[in-house]
Design a protein around this ligand. Structure first.
Ligand code: SF4
Length: 192
């Protein structure tokens, strides 16, 4: 039996924590593992692990997402990723807060032109207002031909800038939608 095969499963989970893995790789063994790191290992023991990708920037670091009964418990760097090899920058390490943080808004907020206060709107009403504005802006900025007379069939009435927390599939659909609407300025913050 190899030394790896004789190790208990809990050790292997602990070893997957980036800091533990690196300590072992450097030959320091368990002596270099802090109590806090051991506790972190115990916190994720037995949880479902899903491989994912950090949404914040174009580096695309691999993440391990730990869940219990569908609830997010922890996110850490994926040691199997050739890009980040188990590490995450401070933004990526805090990405759990995208889902779990007390200040996260869960209702639509609207501030009228010239208004000083935020109002809460129903989602359906907000979507109708956005659709109306998109239609008007598209028509107001529409061009059949450019200054040289070349046919362009486009609108300069709006552009789209996606946020870094949009995933690959959402960006694909956004590009499709805005190209179909005639927009030519379509970008994502993660590429900047
Ligand atoms: S934000 Fe940080 S952790 Fe996320 S992909 Fe970019 S470098 Fe990696």
């Amino acid at each position: 039996m190899t030394p790896e095969a004789s190790r208990p499963a809990s050790f292997e989970r602990l070893r997957r924590l980036p800091i533990v893995g690196r300590a072992l790789d450097w030959g320091m063994g368990g002596s270099a593992v802090s109590r806090r790191t051991r506790e972190a290992g115990a916190r994720i023991a037995g949880l479902k692990v899903t491989e994912s990708v950090c949404p914040y920037c174009a580096v695309g670091c691999g993440q391990l997402v730990y869940t219990r009964d569908g609830e997010l418990v922890e996110i850490e760097g994926n040691p199997r990723s050739p890009i980040n090899q188990g590490t995450l920058c401070p933004k990526g390490a805090a990405s759990r807060q995208l889902v779990q943080q007390p200040g996260r808004l869960t209702k639509v907020r609207y501030r009228r032109p010239g208004g000083a206060e935020w109002e809460e709107l129903e989602l359906e009403q907000a979507m109708d207002m956005i659709a109306q504005r998109v239609i008007e802006a598209r028509e107001n900025g529409w061009q059949d031909r450019d200054r040289r007379g070349w046919r362009v069939d486009r609108t300069l009435g709006f552009a789209h800038l996606g946020g870094a927390t949009l995933d690959n599939e959402e960006n694909y659909l956004i590009k499709k939608l805005f190209t179909a609407l005639g927009a030519i300025q379509i970008e994502n913050q993660a590429r900047i």
